[in-house]
Design a protein around this ligand. Structure first.
Ligand code: URP
Ligand code: ZN
Ligand code: ZN
Length: 462
């Protein structure tokens, strides 16, 4: 049996804040209290530091095959970068190839991750082709593969998009078997029309990405999926919600007491559409879908967090190097969609959220970890610091200031959209299942340390 004692920290969960020690035996938290008098294999003094539950990023794409290339982080490099920044678990998307089965996708994602991930990982299953064979796989995916969340894309026609009938039938199946429907909400047909019109007019630069994907496309699709889910009686989670108009559809649903879970991403809180209008090809760095929005949308999202309308701040980490982005140098619609963020999410949310007074410390923990664990069936194993929970703990020094740069980050990508940003507060040590995984910027564990997280059917009571 191994043991670790973290002394003199300030323990912060989604509900509590107290000075104390955390004693860990093997992979679990064994005791929490003031002045714990136990000997341990290793003792860490965390005076002046917060002890946060390990961050959970419920939206990542490691090695995603997409738009003629692959996302540049592997499960090894991406989860290790996450550990550097205080994220101990991810939920990545195993995406069905149209014409193939769901289980083939899950197997393919296990091959990418098993024995390679450094941090812990789970999968969502993205359904891109719902048919009678797929229908039969749903109970097995939930009960045997431990995947309770399914994703549909309402955009990317021809590759990933499903129609409303497929989505509605999937929802009914999920309601039956304990699944949660997550959805990428954009009206794919409207967008395809606008992309074509822009290209025909000779508009090829990155700025036409945002100009082809206005907020109304997202609001329409968000409202549609909310209504379909209401009719089907299916629990529903909107991924990467970006704008006030879509949030208004969620707010409206709450008036009939419909529970809609909402994820936004750190970039939608901190960056805005002016990025697309920078000189040259700079805007390609933030070509992602949905696109960055206006400052008023950022304000709506921060407010939505405090109003209980937004439940999780993820990243949609999907990095491409500039050479890959240049596939769209003459045609914005060929720029691979996605951007990096897994390493910076926790620290940016603390710095821009807590330090700047937009959210409380407890809210920060709820958004970066606890609610994702609750929604996706990982709680209380993950998402909190409690006796019996996995000892995933971030020792976080709020006094350290540092500057974000691609020169020093650990993500396998040659730019950082936050280059030069000054950040207040830094992850000093990341503990994953009782083992110090990263200490003062040095990795202490390596390839294969991460474990696959099987999840039970969706529990509507959280
Ligand atoms: O632009 C993005 N978001 N790329 C990743 C795929 C997705 O839509 O989530
Ligand atoms: Zn998406
Ligand atoms: Zn995504």
């Amino acid at each position: 049996m191994s043991s670790l004692l973290i002394r003199n920290g300030t323990v912060v969960t989604a509900t509590d804040l107290f000075e104390g020690d955390v004693y860990i035996e093997d992979e679990k938290v064994a005791m929490i209290g003031a002045g714990i008098d136990r000997s341990a294999d290793r003792v860490i003094d965390a005076a002046g530091c917060y002890l946060f539950p390990g961050g959970i990023d419920a939206h990542t794409h490691m090695e995603l095959p997409f738009m003629g290339t692959f996302a540049s982080d592997t499960f090894e490099s991406g989860t290790l970068a996450g550990l550097h920044g205080g994220t101990t678990s991810i939920v990545d998307f195993a995406i069905q190839t149209q014409g193939d089965s769901l289980e083939a996708a899950i197997q393919a994602w296990h091959e990418k991750a098993d024995g390679h991930a450094v941090g812990d990982y789970a999968f969502h299953c993205a359904v891109t082709d719902f048919n009678e064979n797929t229908r039969k796989e749903i109970p097995r995916v939930i009960n045997e593969h431990g995947i309770n969340s399914f994703k549909t894309f309402m955009a990317y026609k021809g590759a990933l998009m499903v129609d409303d009938r497929q989505m509605f039938e999937l929802m009914k199946e999920l309601r039956e078997h304990g699944g949660l429907l997550t959805s990428h909400c954009e009206n794919g047909d409207m967008i395809d029309h606008m992309i074509q019109a822009n290209l025909e007019a000779g508009n090829t630069e990155p700025r036409y990405h945002v100009l082809s994907r206005p907020a109304i496309c997202e609001a329409e699709a968000s409202g549609r999926v909310i209504d379909l889910a209401w009719q089907a009686g299916c629990p529903n989670y909107i991924v990467h919600l970006t704008c006030e108009e879509a949030l208004e559809r969620v707010r409206k649903a709450t008036l009939r007491n419909q529970k809609v879970y909402v994820e936004t991403c750190i970039q939608y809180l901190l960056l805005d559409e002016s990025y697309y209008f920078k000189d040259g090809f700079e805007g390609a760095k933030v070509v992602m879908s949905p696109p960055l929005r206006k400052p008023k949308d950022q304000e709506a999202l921060w407010a939505g967090i405090n109003q209980g309308l937004v439940h999780h701040v993820a990243t949609d980490h999907c990095p491409f190097c500039m050479e890959q982005k240049e596939m769209g140098i003459d045609n914005f619609s060929k720029i691979p969609n996605g951007a990096p963020g897994i390493e910076n999410r926790v620290e940016l949310l603390y710095s821009e959220g807590v330090h700047k007074g937009r959210i409380s410390l407890n809210k920060f923990v709820e958004m970066s970890s606890t609610m994702a664990a609750k929604i996706f069936g990982l709680f209380p194993r993950k998402g909190t610091i409690a006796v019996g929970s996995d000892a995933d703990i971030v020792i976080f020094d709020p006094e350290v200031r540092h500057t974000i740069s691609a020169d020093t980050h650990h993500m396998n990508v040659d730019y950082n959209a936050y280059e030069g940003w000054e950040v207040q507060g830094k992850t000093r040590t990341t503990v994953l299942r009782g083992t110090v995984a990263v200490d003062e910027g040095e990795a202490q564990v390596g390839e294969g340390f991460g474990k696959y997280l099987k999840r039970p059917p969706f529990n509507p009571h959280f």
